[in-house]
Design a protein around this ligand. Structure first.
Ligand SMILES: [Ca+2]
Ligand SMILES: [Ca+2]
Length: 147
């Protein structure tokens, strides 16, 4: 069983991957405008499947997504609505509802995620695990000055 902290780190990493996958769409939409991404269909779940909206805030105002500005950095907000993403290689997945804020900066790696009223519900073999919903508010940051 995955513990909560690993799930939160995993969500943070997946957030980074989602931003990278939708970089072109986010830059085309522009700072402050949401790009909507559909999630997978959970068998027996709500129809249509959930989604998440990514909003990019171009903190340094240079019109591109970058992570090297020491001043006002680019930040991201994901708002998830009953979003379930199936990792085919893992019988355990998560159904997510709430907000994830994210930023990342290098050199001197700084990586941070904040979870606002994020409800994580475990699924096992594509079915919700009863009583597994966990509500998370808070965040973590990682700083590696020597990088
Ligand atoms: Ca920028
Ligand atoms: Ca799976």
């Amino acid at each position: 069983m995955r513990q909560g902290i690993f799930s939160l780190i995993d969500i943070s990493m997946r957030t980074a991957n989602a931003i990278e996958s939708h970089r072109a769409a986010l830059e085309a939409a522009g700072s402050g405008n949401a790009v909507r991404v559909e999630c997978d269909a959970l068998p027996g779940g709500p129809n249509p499947p959930g989604h998440y909206d990514i909003v990019w805030t171009d903190g340094n105002g240079n019109g591109v997504i970058d992570n090297t500005s020491a001043g006002l950095r680019d930040t991201f907000t994901l708002t998830l609505q009953q979003c379930w993403v199936d990792d085919p290689s893992d019988p355990e997945d998560l159904l997510l509802d709430g907000v994830v804020r994210f930023d990342y900066y290098e050199p001197h790696v700084q990586w941070g995620s904040v979870f606002d009223d994020l409800v994580m519900t475990r699924t096992l073999n594509n079915a919700v695990v009863p009583g597994s919903a966990m509500n998370v508010s808070g965040g973590f940051s990682l700083l590696i000055p020597g990088y």
